[in-house]
Structure formats: structure tokens, C-alpha cells
Design a protein. Structure first.
Length: 393
């Protein structure tokens, strides 16, 4: 089937209008949005991710352009993320796979990233995470083909993106390799854009961007799936600093995925209770989750209901075998705390929650990160105003 010209698709016109009204698409990027059609970068078979309601879980649905072109183009022109690969390419069949591993990002988020990047004509840009090739196409239209290098770890993903870009006359340099290692190229880059989630800023990016250059990246911790758009300014001495912007969710770099701890390796003895805990809903606040991850490094956690309906939270250290557990036998009652190991994980989490409350529950855009050769440290409002208990990561 021949692609329907985007000028003839009311759904795409409506998408552009919605993006402009929301502020995600700014007037300077509008010509690029008009020229580079997302549908041209999507495969015939794809899986749009439909959001759930307040109590529902988001679901992926299967859409095939050959059998339902109207639905296919409707989703292509929607403000939804669309999965284009499952299970690192091992998935077969038409049903959704187990783990989404490549996608076409939600247009709102794409243009938030591009706005943070502040790239312009003639700037050299490294695009980490090629995916469908759409972001590289947008950057090529904006900055010029000779100035854009895009890198993806997956050979099949890179090959498909290269073919799409060439077909459209958007001749960015498409490379297969570890985007976390970057690509030195010929001289330093003005901008580095990352379209996957990271849990630390790669040293290579710091070395490959010029003084005053910008790195825009989804950044988060192993504590939760909550990421934030981080805009770093490089200073040319191996350091960079910048503020978090909007909360976003991206697939993580393969080497930055959280490897879930083996419970039996941690819990070899059961200590007595060490006190009571806050309500679980306080832990579930998305901003609180993000702050806890910054303030209590090298920790992961899960909250769930046990077989008898009791709510429980488990916390595991990623640097030793310390752990904590909280159980709430009654919905409105206090939780019972158990913790073991040299790191008193629940004490640290509770202290981070209390500090966040004392500060007036600041949003994630009040926080920032400074990166040096020694590591990374988070701050509130301005560099140097460190989070209590936070340490070099």
C-alpha cells in the first residue's frame, strides 16, 4: 500500500494542532513536523500502547496496515507511543510480546526532548537510540544531513531506519553500536540527544560534546520506572550540570535495565519488627518515588499485595545484601517494618520522604544533577543544595 500523503490526513493535522496547543510543539519546530511524517517511519505491523484508566494498566494492541489501514494511520497520527519491537527482536507472531524493546515515542515527548535540546541549523548532533529513525529524520531536516549521527545497538533496527531515512532523502549517518559509547566522529558535538532511559550519564558523551553543548536525556534510578527529562550543559572540563524538566517514561538502555534481585539471596533470616511505617500511598506518589531514588542511591523496590490481600513493600540494596520489608495488615493502620543488613534501607527511605514533605513536596522540575568525573550528585533548586543523605552516585 502506498503511504497516504500527510497533507491529505485530517488526523495528522489534528495531531499537529494538539501538539501546538499543549506547548510541546513550538513554532520553530512546526515546519519540521510538517515535513517529516511519523507514519513514514512505522512498520506495517505495530502495537500502539493504549493508556488505561486510573485503575487500569496500559495495553498494547496489534494493528496491521494491510488489514486495517484506517486504524493504522489513525494510530500513526495519535499522541501515543507505538511499540515496534518486542523482546530484543526475538518475538514472533502478531500478538504483543513480553517486553517492549523498541518503539516510536509519543509525539508530545519527542518534541519535549527536541525543545530541551535546542538544536538549530548547522549544529552537529549525536542521536543516541535510532529506533524507527524518526528522531534522526527530524534532526536531519532541522540541522542538515551532514551534521546528524544516529546510533542503535540493534542491527535490524538500524538497517530498517537507514532504509527509511534514505527513501525520504534524509541522509543522516546511521551506525550500529553501543550508543552509550557514542561516536567520536570529526570534532565535538554541539548536542547529544538520547531517546532511551539511562541510570547514569556515560563518560563518552561528556567527552564528545563541546563546552556549552547540551545533553538531553531521560534519566532515572533503579528505585522505580519513573524518569525525568534532564537537560545538562557541558562545561568543557569533564563536568556538566542541569535541571530536570518533565516526567517521562522510556525504554531503558539494555545495559541499564534493572536486574531484579533474587529474594532468597537476601532474606536468609527474619529479624524482629523495627517500628512502624508511613502509609503505602505516600510511597506511591510519582514525585516522591523520583526523589527517593535520588536521595537513596543503589536501591530498588516493589509494592504489591500478598496472597491474603495484605499490602507489602520490599526494598533491596544493589551494593550489598541489605533489605527491608513493610507490611500493612490493615488498610488504614500503620505498617510493620523489618530490615536487615548494614544499610538500614527503610530508615533511609523514610527520611527521604520526611525531608520531601518538609520542603513542601517539590516537583521533579525543582531538582537537578551535577556530573563530574567522580560521579553524579542530585540537588534541590540550585547546585550545591544537596539532598540530605545523598552521596556521589
Amino acid at each position: 500500500m502506498t503511504a497516504i500523503a500527510h497533507q491529505q490526513r485530517p488526523s495528522r493535522t489534528e495531531l499537529g494542532r494538539c501538539l501546538m496547543e499543549s506547548g510541546a510543539l513550538t513554532s520553530d519546530w512546526a515546519p519540521t513536523f510538517a515535513a517529516v511524517d511519523r507514519a513514514e517511519f512505522l512498520p506495517r505491523l505495530m502495537w500502539p500502547f493504549l493508556p488505561g484508566g486510573e485503575a487500569a494498566v496500559a495495553q498494547a494492541v496489534t494493528v496491521d496496515r494491510r488489514t486495517d489501514p484506517a486504524a493504522w494511520y489513525g494510530y500513526a497520527d495519535s499522541d501515543l507511543s507505538i511499540v515496534t519491537q518486542w523482546d530484543d527482536g526475538d518475538h514472533r507472531g502478531t500478538d504483543p510480546g513480553r517486553v517492549a524493546t523498541s518503539s516510536s515515542s509519543q509525539p508530545t515527548v519527542v518534541f519535549q526532548l527536541l525543545a530541551a535540546l535546542d538544536a538549530d541549523t548547522g549544529m552537529r548532533v549525536q542521536d543516541a537510540g535510532t529506533g524507527t529513525g524518526e528522531t534522526a529524520g527530524l534532526l536531519t531536516h532541522r540541522c542538515g544531513a551532514e551534521n546528524v549521527v544516529t546510533i542503535d545497538v540493534d542491527h535490524a533496527v538500524s538497517a530498517a531506519a537507514r532504509e527509511r531515512l534514505c527513501r525520504l532523502g534524509l541522509y543522516a549517518e546511521v551506525l550500529t553500536g553501543d550508543a552509550l559509547a557514542g561516536h567520536p566522529g570529526e570534532g565535538l558535538y554541539d548536542r547529544v540527544l538520547c531517546t532511551f532511559g539511562v541510570r547514569s550519564i556515560p563518560r563518552a558523551w561528556m567527552d564528545q560534546v563541546r563546552p556549552g553543548g547540551i545533553i538531553a536525556v531521560p534519566y532515572g534510578t533503579h528505585y522505580s520506572n519513573r524518569d525525568a527529562l534532564l537537560r545538562l550543559t557541558a562545561y568543557g572540563d569533564g563536568t556538566a550540570s542541569g535541571r530536570f524538566r518533565a516526567g517521562i517514561e522510556f525504554m531503558r538502555a539494555r545495559s541499564h535495565r534493572t536486574v531484579w534481585p533474587a529474594h532468597e539471596d537476601y532474606v536468609t533470616t527474619w529479624p524482629g519488627s523495627t517500628g512502624t511505617a508511613v502509609q503505602p500511598d505516600q510511597l506511591a506518589d510519582t514525585d516522591a518515588e523520583f526523589v527517593i531514588g535520588l536521595a537513596v542511591p543503589h536501591i530498588t523496590h516493589t509494592v504489591f499485595r500478598e496472597e491474603d490481600g495484605t499490602r507489602a513493600a520490599w526494598f533491596y540494596s544493589r551494593t550489598d545484601r541489605s533489605w527491608a520489608a513493610v507490611r500493612w495488615p490493615e488498610e488504614d493502620g500503620p505498617g510493620t517494618v523489618y530490615q536487615h543488613g548494614p544499610r538500614r534501607l527503610w530508615d533511609a527511605v523514610e527520611a527521604a520522604c520526611a525531608w520531601w514533605e518538609e520542603q513542601g513536596r517539590p516537583g521533579l522540575d525543582s531538582f537537578g544533577l551535577t556530573v563530574t568525573p567522580q560521579g553524579e550528585t542530585p540537588w534541590l533548586d540550585e547546585p550545591g543544595n544537596l539532598l540530605p543523605g545523598a552521596q556521589w552516585r
